[in-house]
Design a protein. Structure first.
Length: 243
């Protein structure tokens, strides 16, 4: 019997992509929900919930997953820091994979960014640049947010160090600053560059996604994995065995 999925955000770009390839991955979309639907009315017979919708939907969906003891895969981004903290406490009560990016390449980029930040040290100015399609509703992307978190962790800095864009008389760049820049346009699926620049050299780590099927496949792979786990919050590094 294929894995039975409740797909939330089913009418969106990611929802449609997941529905298009679930069948190739020993999974079936048992039920679909989108804005205005009540997921509680569609959960019967589903093994797992996959959510790619809006940050405003995550709280209710997690409450439902906890009440019905259903594993959940969350790909939705755009949660504020305080909002996310509360949601993570709720998510820990069920098996939950929560990832800002489900691609294998990006998960490798996370690992390489951590290594580069550690090896290159504070003398190398760190900046993250991302570009996405014109329809994207949040900025910076969930992936950029994770890359920034990794750099802040390695450098023992807080979110106060983040500098979102620059304009006007900004003065010289302080070494503790971590720059972040979100470009929007056209149909770009997702591009992320992490730069480390010192006097005399620059290292750039670049990932370019050209097909959102990479995220959809990763999410279905995570769904197969999460139904076998104990309650707790996991990420794609856990699913891929990169930790
Ligand atoms: P989209 O705008 O094309 O689709 C979102 C869908 O969610 C729409 O059909 C919308 O009607 C629906 N929706 C809105 N509010 C809802 C609610 N309260 N309940 C149920 N459905 C609701 O967006 P998209 O490109 O498919 O992306 C969806 C989310 O996934 C975004 O947050 C995006 O950043 C994120 N995303 C994550 C990854 C990843 O790998 N983690 C990859 C791509 C996109």
């Amino acid at each position: 019997m294929p894995l039975q999925i409740l797909l939330n955000g089913a009418k969106g770009r990611m929802g449609r992509t997941i529905a298009g390839l679930a069948g190739e991955m020993d999974a079936a979309i048992r039920a679909t929900t989108d804005a205005g639907d009540d997921p509680a009315a569609h959960l019967a017979g589903c093994d797992v919930i996959i959510d790619f919708s809006s940050h405003s939907a995550t709280g209710r969906l997690l409450e439902l997953a906890v009440a019905k003891k259903k594993p959940i895969v969350i790909g939705t981004t755009g949660h504020g820091a305080a909002e996310k903290k509360k949601l993570l406490a709720l998510a820990a009560k069920v098996p939950c994979v929560w990832a800002g990016n489900f691609s294998v390449g990006v998960n490798l980029l996370f690992a390489l960014t951590r290594r580069a930040a550690a090896v290159l040290g504070a003398d190398y100015d760190a900046e993250v640049v991302e570009m996405h399609h014109r329809f994207k509703k949040d900025a910076p992307s969930g992936t950029a947010a994770r890359l920034l978190e990794i750099i802040l962790e390695e450098r023992k800095l807080t979110a106060d160090a983040l500098r979102h864009g620059r304009s006007g008389i900004t003065g010289e760049r302080p070494p503790t600053e971590v720059g972040v820049h979100a470009l929007r346009g056209g149909d770009v699926v997702g591009e992320h560059t992490v730069l480390f620049a010192a006097l005399g050299e620059r290292v750039e780590l670049i990932h370019k996604a050209s097909d959102r099927a990479i995220f959809a496949r990763g999410a279905v792979r995570a769904a197969h994995w999460v139904v076998k786990q104990k309650p707790g919050v996991y990420d794609m590094q856990d699913v891929l065995g990169l930790k």
